[in-house]
Design a protein around this ligand. Structure first.
Ligand code: GLC
Length: 563
């Protein structure tokens, strides 16, 4: 397949690299970012009001979690109209203003594309469910009950319970890999595919700069498992091999004739580096990069709420495996948290005594990997997990469904289940952005849809920016560094001391320039010889005011040297 898409330049030819190799993307979760009208829910006006802040941070693009009309069962990941704006967030005119004002500041706007499923209130699904003979019946996955009136196969939903729900009126089951209000579209039907491509073109023509594609590898299903004689059980990936055809067709229909200035990033649970090379090889024209899940699954047991002990060697080696896997072909995206994950400083760092140090350590480590870093709102000021005392305070349906299933059906101890929710719930990332120390953290003048984290009196944008040790300013410097420095964007990656339990060290090299990262990912001083001699090296960035020099690293101390 031919394409106008630029190829990722080889090390040594930075001039030819696509813009996103030296870019940093900032994820906005609109509900929780800034509320401009006092209804307790963030909105487009709130984002517009904070564009200057984002420009000062220096980010190149904003990825907006879904802002389309939605019954909000899954906070907008259940879309009822693809060509409108959710009234709670604003309207199309205001959206156009947001795009224009972002563009004036050199910031691109990336939309969330949720097309594995729609809302069950989308007109397409309403038609589809209306009768077995409706022309849109085949736009979704309808199947007869198997055997004893059971579901067509044993797939489980990602949000607990079976992935099939019986529609009483027409006597058939529909497939939903997520909540029952999120029926899966049938991408085998070419009309579905064309409808999605046309909608994508509509947004791009309107001025948006790309898409973050929600669980996009799931659009292609293992049809033989759905229609197979033996009910397939849950677990494993539902992804079918035709995924590559679908993505290439999408690229051809939507992106090939455009200028290459857009960004496509596919969220893809369950894929490995071999898959990722295929997805992100520029020559294959599928997507620019993907969000993989291996590194955020390392501390999860049978389900995400069963928390396993964390191991630094396991994390380092996994990320290095992805660096190596996409070194010659393809491209990584880099993230340690987002709207579906706990806060990185609480999960990987120390969010009390060494909050500044560990937040900046992980920032330095992540941004110095090769790939495009994604900053999730609040990460840039070191926001932490929240800890609600009662399950009733949680809003996320994944957490609530899990709790009910574990306690009511499996009879597990409520205290233990709640502890898992407190550690892993998506609501940890979704409490309102902490702008200042006032009652609702400057997020809203009303009552926020999810309580603000009580620690906003100390942790907030105003306080951080006024502090000597500012997480925000550290991110500013990292972002600027990526813009200025081809070795940060494109240099090759080598992990040092992979088995070390506390030291995170690696080099990046491009031509005759080498950078070294050394970091002590622990609460206590680390007194080992550095893996590389730094005599005479330039200290580019550090999170301690006067690095002791020599080899000892303080708790969560991180340094970047140019050798
Ligand atoms: C993705 C989204 C998540 C959503 C799910 C279903 O994983 O990131 O927030 O709940 O897809 O759309």
């Amino acid at each position: 397949m031919t394409s106008s898409h630029p190829t990722v330049a080889l090390p040594g030819e930075p001039g030819a690299a696509p813009w996103w190799t030296s870019a940093v993307v900032y994820q906005v979760y609109p509900r929780s970012f800034a509320d401009s009208d006092g209804d307790g829910i963030g909105d487009l006006g709130g984002i517009r009001g904070r564009l200057e802040y984002l420009a000062e941070l220096g980010v190149d693009a904003l990825w907006l979690s879904p802002v389309y009309p939605s019954p909000q069962h899954d906070n907008g990941y259940d879309i009822s109209d693809y060509r409108e704006i959710e009234p709670v967030f604003g309207d199309l005119a205001e959206f156009d203003l947001l795009v224009a004002e972002a563009h004036e500041r050199g910031i691109k706007i990336v939309m969330d594309l949720v097309v594995n499923h729609t809302s069950d209130e989308h007109a397409w699904f309403r038609e589809s469910r209306s009768s077995r003979s409706n022309p849109k019946r085949d736009w979704y996955w309808w199947r007869k009950p198997q055997g004893d009136e059971g579901p067509p196969n044993g797939w489980g939903s990602a949000f607990s319970g079976p992935a099939w729900t019986l529609d009483e009126a027409t006597g058939e089951y529909y497939l939903h890999l997520f909540a029952k209000q999120q029926p899966d579209l049938n991408w085998e039907n070419p009309e579905v595919r064309q409808a999605v491509y046309s909608m994508m073109n509509w947004w791009l023509d309107r001025g948006v700069d790309g898409f973050r594609m929600d669980v996009i590898n799931y659009i292609a299903k293992q049809v033989d498992l759905i229609d197979g004689p033996a009910p397939a059980t849950g677990g494993g990936s539902p992804m079918g091999p035709q995924i590559h055809d679908f993505l290439q067709e999408m690229h051809e229909a939507v992106f090939a004739r455009r200028d290459g200035e857009h960004l496509t990033v596919g969220e893809m649970p369950g894929v490995n580096t071999d898959d990722a090379r295929l997805f992100t090889d520029p020559g294959r024209a599928e997507v620019d990069m993907i969000f993989q899940f291996e590194h955020v699954g390392l501390d999860q047991g049978a389900n995400k709420f069963e928390v396993l002990p964390r191991s630094l060697p396991a994390l380092k080696k996994n990320l290095a495996h992805w660096q190596d896997g996409l070194a010659e072909t393809g491209w990584n995206s880099l993230y340690l948290n987002n709207h579906d994950q706990p806060r990185l400083v609480s999960r990987f760092g120390n969010d009390t005594e060494f909050r500044y140090e560990s937040a900046t350590l992980w920032a330095l480590v992540l941004h110095l990997h090769r790939g495009t870093p994604y900053v999730y709102q609040g990460e840039e000021i070191g926001m932490t997990n929240v800890r609600f005392d009662s399950i009733d305070d949680y809003r996320d349906l994944e957490s609530l469904n899990h709790y009910r299933e574990a306690v009511d059906q499996f009879d597990l101890d409520p205290g233990t289940v709640l502890a898992g929710v407190q550690t892993m719930s998506r609501d940890n990332a979704r409490t309102p952005m902490q702008w200042d120390g006032t009652e609702q953290a400057g997020f809203t003048t009303g009552t926020p849809w999810l309580p603000v984290n009580p620690n906003h009196t100390e942790i907030n944008v105003a306080a951080d920016r006024a502090a000597e040790r500012s997480v925000f300013r550290f991110y500013q410097r990292l972002i600027a560094l990526r813009h200025e420095s081809p070795v940060v964007a494109l240099g090759s990656f080598t992990l040092l001391d992979p088995e070390h339990e506390r030291l995170y060290a690696f080099t990046r090299t491009l031509g005759d320039e080498t950078l070294l990262v050394v970091a002590n990912a622990s609460d206590t001083r680390l007194d080992v010889p550095l893996p590389v001699d730094v005599t005479g090296a330039e200290l580019v960035l550090a999170n301690y005011p006067t690095p002791g020099g020599g080899s000892a690293l303080g708790p969560w101390e991180a340094r970047l040297y140019r050798l």
